[in-house]
Design a binder for this molecule. Structure first.
Ligand SMILES: *Cc1c(COP(=O)(O)O)cnc(C)c1O
Length: 213
């Protein structure tokens, strides 16, 4: 919701101290966070040190169904025997597995999409701040445009949809009370002209609704 990242370095330190294992759900960060999109473990230089990682194929990785768990061989073996959804469900369709494998190959070949995503996000945040909006610092592709008022967030999002900008307004209990915002998800598929159009729509409606001057 905020585009923030858990302090995995400190979590890892505590796990070392207390001889604990760490599991990280990278569903939101896989493909996005870290220079090459390897997730929070890349951001904190902890690749290979976290015992269990889970992720989804349904978000940054292309929108198919399915997901994955990675970890030490022994852990994966145990999950194969014990994990309920794994034991008695149909597996993901072979074409989804095939497309996912190809997707992992593609993101290994070049970092173009990750670079573009990170540049797009930085561009969007900078221009929105310059336009007068209050945006939470983001370490992700999620940009939380803070409005603080539930009704305003809904009116603002509806007006943006009228302008052809698809965003969602969030308010309590999805976010803490008084923290209503519009969540913008920047993508590597966006070109500068798309981002500029979005910023122009935000600026127009922001002025209409008295959010910015
Ligand atoms: C989306 C999500 C999942 C589940 O992914 P699906 O592929 O949609 O089932 C798990 N954890 C988090 C944090 C998510 O955001």
């Amino acid at each position: 919701m905020d585009g923030n990242v858990a302090p995995l370095d400190k979590i890892y330190e505590l796990a070392q101290k207390y001889d604990a294992m760490v599991m990280v759900d990278e569903s939101h960060s896989a493909g996005v966070v870290g220079r090459t999109g390897r997730g929070t473990t890349e951001q904190y230089n902890l690749r290979g040190k976290i015992e269990i990682l889970t992720g989804t194929l349904g978000k940054a990785f292309g929108g198919a169904v399915g997901g994955f768990t990675t970890g030490k061989k022994e852990i994966i073996e145990m999950l194969r025997q014990r994990s309920r959804p794994y034991l008695f469900s149909n597996s993901i369709p072979p074409m989804v597995a095939g497309a996912a494998i190809e997707m992992f190959n593609l993101i290994d070949k070049t970092n173009d999409l990750q670079d573009k995503l990170h540049n797009n996000t930085a561009y969007f945040v900078e221009k929105m701040k310059a336009a007068g909006f209050d945006i939470k610092p983001t370490q992700s592709a999620i940009c939380a445009v803070m409005l603080y008022d539930a009704k305003l967030s809904q009116d603002f999002a509806a007006a943006l949809q009228e302008e052809g900008i698809y965003v969602t307004g969030f308010y309590y209990p999805v976010v803490p009370k008084g923290q209503a915002r519009i969540r913008v998800q920047v993508s590597a598929a966006h070109e500068k002209e798309h981002l500029d159009r979005c910023i122009a729509a935000f600026t127009k409606i922001g002025k209409n609704l008295g959010v910015i001057k």
